[in-house]
Ligand binder design. Structure first.
Ligand code: HEC
Ligand code: HEC
Length: 430
């Protein structure tokens, strides 16, 4: 039992390996045969395809040659025709960078596109038309959309009227009220109307229609005739209503200097807050900044502004209930416009404006420790008193009632606001 285990196991393993590798050789021989025949098949196919392709290429070359011959024929023919026909223009010359496509436009072609009419009448074709004829053509070709009197059917554009509406919120901009030049009307109608049948109107029809549109705007009487001769003399209603844009000269230079990007101000302080200034009123109210102009820029250096931003509410203590509560409520709302500068109620302090407790019956300019403007100092000296009338007039137009006042407030425009603020202020005694 001196033979080690490995000496017995190895011959066994060797025999198995030999048998396995023999089997593999046989299988490989078989595989090689298969592979060769499949490759042969593919080779055959490929050469068939190559033949096919060669055939196709020959066909295509023939077609190309045919086409080239045709092009040469057409070009030669065109040359002959161009030489014998002066109406035909030359082909554009071949340029180094270009393709030599197209040809120069003919004078007639340019003329067909060049139909614009200028305010001084340049570009107008000769012709004439009167209001009467215009009415007939308009009724036939335009009225179905623009109405018999150019008043506009449904939502189609209205062409007449609207003269006193240009400054309104919803201006009615018509040919009559808005268009500054008659040439625009002529050009527009001639170029693009009737809708869907653009450029079907003759010059005479266009003159007549334009005359009729002027008539329907009460700008001419019914005998009026428009022609290329009197055209440029006609002045439209809104001729002066447009400005020449001179911003490039007047403004751009001011804004285009090098902007300061650092250390632009010695120190930056917040002097007031937008919510207090009411610059974006919740429901379309007036801003206290409305009347601020460059020359009397409001001085909102409210000393107490930052602390008031948090403690402001407490200062408007509950008013006495004797007065109509609805009026008081709206008074409190109106007081939002004053609150940035004035305080009322218990312990009210001066802000950028004096505290307003016990105002009715109080002498003007009388709050201790507040630095009034000269006009208020003078009013105080004259012994003037705040009564209802004085307060109404002052709050309606502070700057005109107290010329020189430093109260930067545009005034309360509405009667009901004035009534409400007075009721509210009255509710705060001493
Ligand atoms: C089928 C409806 C239709 C017919 C017919 C028609 N229009 Fe118009 N017209 C329009 C429409 C739509 C516009 C507005 C086009 C736009 O704003 O682009 C317009 C605009 C105009 C305007 C400009 C109005 C403005 O203030 O901007 C004039 C002027 C005008 N038409 C004149 C005429 C005349 C003259 C005729 C007859 C020769 C005519 N239209 C026939 C539909 C019509
Ligand atoms: C932007 C700040 C500001 C706003 C907003 C403002 N005021 Fe004034 N108000 C002042 C200043 C400043 C004065 C002192 C005027 C002067 O000396 O010329 C003043 C003075 C007054 C006075 C005179 C007081 C006195 O002692 O004689 C009354 C009354 C008054 N304001 C009411 C109002 C009311 C009411 C509102 C709101 C509807 C209002 N102000 C809005 C700044 C303001």
């Amino acid at each position: 039992m001196s033979k080690s285990l490995s000496q017995i196991v190895l011959p066994v393993a060797g025999g198995t390996a030999l048998a396995l590798s023999l089997a593999l050789v046989v299988a490989n021989l078989d595989y090689g045969q298969n592979k060769i025949s499949s490759l042969e098949g593919r080779l055959e196919q490929a050469s068939m395809r190559a033949d096919e392709a060669a055939g196709k290429a020959r066909e295509e070359a023939a077609v190309t040659a045919e086409l080239e011959a045709k092009i040469a024929e057409i070009q030669a023919d065109a040359k002959v025709r161009a030489a014998s026909n002066p109406g035909l223009t030359e082909y554009a010359p071949k340029r180094e960078s270009g393709y030599g496509l197209g040809r120069k436009a003919r004078t007639e072609e340019i003329a067909a596109w060049d139909i614009d009419v200028l305010p001084d009448g340049r570009g107008l074709p000769q012709g004439r038309g009167d209001v009467f004829t215009g009415e007939e053509v308009f009724a036939e070709k335009c009225a179905s959309c623009h109405g018999d009197f150019a008043e506009g059917v449904d939502n189609w554009p209205v062409l007449a009227g609207g003269f006193d509406t240009l400054a309104d919120k919803d201006p009615v901009k018509t040919v009559g009220s808005y268009w500054p030049h008659l040439s625009t009307v002529w050009d527009y109608v001639h170029r693009s109307m009737p809708f869907g049948e653009a450029q079907t109107l003759t010059p005479d029809e266009t003159y007549a229609i334009v005359a009729y549109i002027l008539y329907s705007n009460d700008l001419v009487d019914d005998e009026f005739e428009l022609s290329h001769e009197n055209f440029s003399g006609f002045e439209m209603y809104n001729k002066g209503g447009f400005l020449i844009d001179d911003r490039p000269e007047r403004e751009y230079a001011r804004w285009s200097s090098e902007p300061c990007m650092e250390n632009c101000k010695p120190s930056v302080e917040i002097t007031m807050r937008a919510t207090f200034l009411d610059v974006t009123p919740e429901n379309g109210g007036e801003s206290v900044m409305n009347d601020a102009k460059a020359d009397d820029t409001p001085t909102f250096v409210a000393k107490a502004a930052t602390s008031d931003a948090t403690g402001g509410e407490a200062e408007t203590a509950a008013p006495s209930p004797a007065i109509d509560p609805a009026l008081l409520a709206s008074g409190e709302k109106v007081f939002k416009k004053c609150k940035a500068c004035h305080a009322v109620g218990e312990g009210a302090k001066n802000k950028s404006g004096p505290q307003l407790n016990g105002l009715i019956g109080r002498p003007m300019g009388a709050v201790e420790g507040f630095k009034y403007s000269k006009v208020f100092v003078a009013a105080h000296g004259e012994g003037r008193i705040w009564d209802e009338t004085a307060l109404t007039e002052f709050l309606a137009k502070p700057k005109s009632y107290m010329k020189g006042t430093k109260m930067s407030f545009s005034g309360l425009k509405k009667e009901e606001d004035l009534a409400a603020i007075k009721a509210y202020l009255k509710s705060f005694g001493e």
